[in-house]
Design a protein around this ligand. Structure first.
Ligand code: AMP
Length: 194
């Protein structure tokens, strides 16, 4: 299986590139942010709990997202592989993912990290907020909080995956097609060695 962790700060373009990779390699796209927003839209107790965190730009508790991913992995049995978009976001989530994948005898193939500078991230998120309707994309202080949460809790995963020799940094600035081509250049050799 080809299991890609698409990594990067909020606004790095993970969702856009995940859609491309899903089509290109026929993978199952797992975005915890999208899943949580569906729970909110459906008004479930989980959604109500998650929303309190998301509206402030904080992370939803690990147990909640790990549980969601566990169910999706079970539902995706037989898939060619997965694109993890916005998950894992903490070391605890990353080690839970390793354990969950171990159960189905398939590891994370690679962690691809989209690198974009903070100024550009803020600009992209504010302009996305005008069309996405996402409350967390419309307020500069919430955006700044999401970026600082990324640096504090999520960026340490770079080291986590470096230790497993699975980290690949990619320039996340430029056109969508150029970034997609950079990702493909990194993924194709990985596939051949599967
Ligand atoms: P995203 O759509 O990936 O930008 O996620 C939007 C929000 O959902 C984040 O700011 C978090 O509040 C929450 N969220 C999404 N994925 C996770 C995760 N893996 N761990 C904790 N919170 C998450």
């Amino acid at each position: 299986m080809l299991n890609i962790v698409l990594f990067g700060p909020p606004g790095a373009g993970k969702g856009t590139q995940a859609e491309y990779l899903t089509r290109e390699y026929q993978l199952v796209h797992l975005s915890t942010g999208d899943m949580l927003r569906s729970e909110i839209a459906a008004g479930t107790p989980l959604g109500i709990q998650a929303r309190q965190k998301m509206d402030k730009g904080e992370l939803v508790p690990d147990e909640i997202v790990i549980d969601i991913i566990e169910h999706k992995l079970e539902a995706g049995r037989g898939a060619k592989g997965f694109i993890f978009d916005g998950f894992p976001r903490t070391v605890k989530q990353a080690s839970a993912l390793d354990e969950l994948l171990e159960r189905v005898s398939t590891p994370v193939t690679a962690m691809l990290s989209l690198e974009v500078d903070n100024k550009e991230l803020i600009m992209r998120l504010l302009s996305r907020g005008k069309v996405s309707g996402r409350a967390d994309d419309q307020d500069k202080s919430i955006i700044e909080n999401r970026i600082s949460v990324y640096h504090e809790k999520t960026a340490p995963l770079i080291e986590y995956y470096k230790q497993q020799n699975k980290y690949f940094g990619i320039d996340g600035q430029g056109s969508i097609d150029d970034i997609a081509a950079r990702l493909k250049t990194l993924i194709d050799p990985q596939r051949q060695s599967l």
